[in-house]
Design a binder for this molecule. Structure first.
Ligand SMILES: Nc1ncnc2c1ncn2[C@@H]1O[C@H](COP(=O)(O)OP(=O)(O)OP(=O)(O)O)[C@@H](O)[C@H]1O
Length: 270
């Protein structure tokens, strides 16, 4: 059998950037089914990485594996320079405070207000006074572009865009180094999606945040992602800036990035 080949072999970190996540030779499967084999991936500090792949190829599985929520069969996952397989319980807990996760549907607790949702990670991981948590929660709520009066609302009282922002505020609660976003613009109208992209870029620029974003949104891929990684054939077939994707002759990448919809987006952003 042929060895898996990386299309973008020159995956050296951009100057001055270290890999905040480094995956090598990863294998994950369920029973007889193998989802990944020999999967390599780097996420560099301070970048917005867009992660693409066909439906059911394993984008969510990879996120869960990186987060340590799934067992792996082979390979290594280094997070903040530490191998997940050999870290202590204390190091694991420390790592968990250094990332935030925004699930596709927001996954807010419906019985809690926005402010209480944002305070959940603080309650779990920090020993802060209620007054301090109130101040911090308001700061995060403002940071994601929500009005202060959203703080006391319940998720059922929010629009889809507001739910995403509230969930992002919760993901930012502990001042993480990296946030994982699962299709953050899905379900948003084009204006809402573009605003959310702008927000992500602003947070990266102002906080030095690293962003790992699973997305099907071609606008996001063209406009806001520094690099893109593409999943197919049980591995990352290409990793690099949009130009790398556009120049690739891999059939899946060609149909994804040169299809009718992609051409329209590419023309707009040219
Ligand atoms: N816990 C599990 N047990 C068995 N199979 C699983 C489990 N979790 C995921 N899978 C399988 O792994 C494959 C990849 O699923 P995953 O949800 O990661 O795809 P995806 O790329 O995120 O898809 P989509 O874009 O449609 O959300 C699917 O075939 C799914 O059925």
């Amino acid at each position: 059998m042929d060895e898996p080949r990386r299309i973008d072999e020159a995956a050296e970190p951009p100057p001055g950037r270290d890999a905040i996540i480094r995956v090598r030779g990863l294998e994950v499967g369920f029973g007889e089914k193998t989802i990944f084999k020999n999967l390599d991936l780097d996420v560099y500090r301070g970048e917005i990485l867009g992660f693409v792949g066909g439906s059911g190829t394993g984008k969510s599985v990879l996120t869960r594996a990186i987060l340590g929520l799934l067992p792996t069969r082979a390979g290594t996952i280094e997070v903040f320079g530490k191998d997940r397989a050999t870290i202590t319980a204390r190091e694991r807990r420390d790592i968990e405070t250094r990332w935030g996760v925004l699930f596709q549907n927001g996954a807010l607790f419906s019985g809690l207000t926005v402010k209480e949702n944002v305070q959940m990670p603080m309650r779990e991981h920090r020993h802060l006074s209620q007054a301090m948590m109130d101040d911090l929660a308001m700061l995060k709520i403002e940071m994601v572009g929500l009005r202060p009066d959203a703080a006391d609302k319940y998720p059922s009282e929010l629009s889809g865009g507001m739910i995403k922002r509230a969930a992002l505020a919760r993901a930012l609660a502990l001042d993480p180094d990296i946030v994982f976003l699962d299709e953050p613009t899905s379900g948003l109208d084009p204006i809402g999606a573009a605003d959310f992209d702008d927000l992500i870029a602003t947070l990266r620029d102002t906080l030095g945040l690293t962003v790992y974003m699973v997305t099907h949104d071609l606008d996001s891929l063209f406009s806001v992602c520094d690099r893109i990684a593409a999943l197919a054939e049980q591995r990352v077939i290409a990793e690099g800036p949009i130009e790398t994707m556009l120049a690739s002759d891999h059939p899946w990448l060609r149909s994804y990035f040169h299809g009718k919809r992609a051409r329209a987006v590419a023309n707009e952003s040219a």
